[in-house]
Every structure is written in C-alpha cells, then in structure tokens.
Design a protein around this ligand. Sequence first.
Ligand SMILES: Cc1cc2nc3c(=O)[nH]c(=O)nc-3n(C[C@H](O)[C@H](O)[C@H](O)COP(=O)(O)OP(=O)(O)OC[C@H]3O[C@@H](n4cnc5c(N)ncnc54)[C@H](O)[C@@H]3O)c2cc1C
Length: 308
Amino acid sequence: MEDARKLLESLPVELQSQVLRSVSLKTLTTLQVGGPAALVCPIRNPEQALRFQDLALNHDFPVFILGGGSNVLADDRGFGGLILQVATENLEQTGDTVRAGAGMSFDGLIERTLDMGLTGLEFASGIPGTLGGALVGNAGCYGHEIGEFLVEALLLRPDGRLEKAGPEDFGFRYRETDLRETGTVVLEAVLRLRQGNVEQAAVLRREKIRDRQAKHPVDLPSAGSWFRNLPAAEPQGRRRAAGALLEKAGAKDMHEGDARVFAKHANMIVNTGNATSSDVLKLAARMKKAVLEKFGVDLVEEVRYLRP
Ligand SMILES: Cc1cc2nc3c(=O)[nH]c(=O)nc-3n(C[C@H](O)[C@H](O)[C@H](O)COP(=O)(O)OP(=O)(O)OC[C@H]3O[C@@H](n4cnc5c(N)ncnc54)[C@H](O)[C@@H]3O)c2cc1C
C-alpha cells in the first residue's frame, strides 16, 4: 500500500484540491471518537465518485464509505485509507416521486418533501445521518423502514461500474441490506411518496422529534442504538427491544472512562467527554456479556466499527 501523500500526488491538480488530509474522525462521526483519517474525498457527483474510487482501486488503498457518521465507531488510531464522504445533495420532484442525492441529510429530506406536498417519511423525523446511510442500513422506527419507499437507486460498484438498482438489489431487511458490506456507494435514490395530508404529517413529524428529544441523548455525542433489537417471539409480533434486556442486566450503571450507557436508554452509549474507542469497545463488550450471562442472548452490534 502506498502512502497517502503519494496517492494524492497521482491525482490531477483540480481533484487534489478537493481532498482533505488528516481529518479527525471525531469531527466526522456523531459519537465524536476516533483518530485522523488520512484522506477524505467528498463526493458531490458520480464522476467525482468514479475518479476517487478508481484511484483507490489502482493503488490498492482501503476505502470506507461515510455518510453522516451517525452509526459508526471510529478507532483512535484513525484510518489510513481513503474515506469517500458522500455529499451528493440534488433534489428533484416528479409527481409523487423524488430523486435525491444520497448525501442529503435524511431529516432535511423529510422536511423538504413535506414542503413539496409529499408525505410518507415523517415517521422517521429526527433520525440523524444521510439518505445514503439510511438506505444502506434500512433505517427505520415505529414499525416503518426507508426501504418501503425506494423505487430505484444509482450505485457505484467497487469495480467502477455505475449501475441502476431496484429494491430487490438492496434486499432490505431489519437494519440491513445486501449492500452494506460490499463497498458499493449509493449516489442517489428515487423514492415514491404520497400526495397526502401535509398538515397532519407535519404534526406527526413534530411529535416524533419531541419524542426523540425526550428519550435520546440530544446534548451528548452518541451513535444511536448500539445493538439490534431481537426477533419477535411470535411470527407477526414486534421485535423485542435490546434496551429492555440491557436495562434488566444492569447496563445503565456501566461506564468505561468517558464512555457511559445513556441514563434514559440502556442500548445507547454516550461520550461524556473524551471517550476513546477502546473505552467504547470495552463498555459494549461488558453490556453484551451482561445480557448473555443473564438471558443467554447474544446481542448483535448495529453500529459499524471503522478499523484502523
Ligand atoms: C441519536 C440517534 C438516534 C438514532 N435513531 C435511529 C433510528 O431511530 N432508527 C435507525 O434506523 N437508526 C437510528 N440511528 C442510527 C443512524 O442515524 C442511522 O443508521 C443512519 O441512517 C445512518 O446514516 P449515516 O449517513 O450517518 O451513515 P454512516 O454512519 O455514515 O454509515 C453507516 C453505514 O452506512 C454506510 N454508508 C453510509 N452512506 C453510504 C452511501 N451513500 N453508500 C453506501 N454506503 C453508505 C457506511 O459505510 C456504514 O457502513 C440513530 C443515531 C443516533 C445518533
């Protein structure tokens, strides 16, 4: 693997100036943990994505795709490869569909679609991160998921192919898709919404945001739920909250350094100051062990760990 400086020099000058060097991952992730990222390439259009990805491929450089960083734990040693930071932010409406850049803030998209007279996404109001991150992780809450709305997406495959894909290519399931671990970049998406009752949707949106403000860590850095909820006990039943098991296993009293389990939600880890990635990993391991010992349940991480 060549070093970051050499890699950068092999780029045409106009692209070199767009690449950011040695950026703290604390500033790119909502948990605010992590060391320096060697190279960060903001992607504003498919051509740029192709050029950067081609560069990584030709120089055998590891790549990590980043959206809003709201579901990622970065390591204190940083990341020596190339971060493709998806920042495509186009938005066009055609009837009851929108074509949106995957780098758009997901919550911003919800607000803008309501302004366009389109409803449907308001259930997800307040979920941090980008549309791309939401699609790749099939983000959801209150019984709905983003995957229900996808018509088509523009993807950049790791071998450099730009490709249109439908919901079947994503394979949407609970907080997971077939794309997540493949190195495929989601560049934009077409979503089908409804020309519904916007006032009612706006009321629901405000309620969801209030609910989140009451239950989630709004003033402390976090990465959302650490572990996935458990499958339902009966075929049509609701998933069982991992937080309930964690609470009964005593997780709310746990901390490691400045990483602490959030007092109002036992499935969330907050950074109360200068938490390190090893603090967070140790704490998550203790939480997991406590649930395994008390209930015999092996929790599965939802947050993605960006290894050095
Ligand atoms: C306070 C709080 C509350 C939350 N509540 C919820 C909730 O209710 N429901 C829920 O589902 N999640 C929730 N989350 C988690 C998180 O916000 C979502 O998973 C979000 O959709 C992640 O988007 P992101 O852009 O931040 O992705 P990132 O964290 O940047 O990345 C997450 C994963 O997606 C990949 N990725 C990101 N963008 C792209 C792209 N364009 N193309 C390909 N791969 C990409 C990354 O490689 C990584 O594997 C919450 C988080 C916080 C901090």
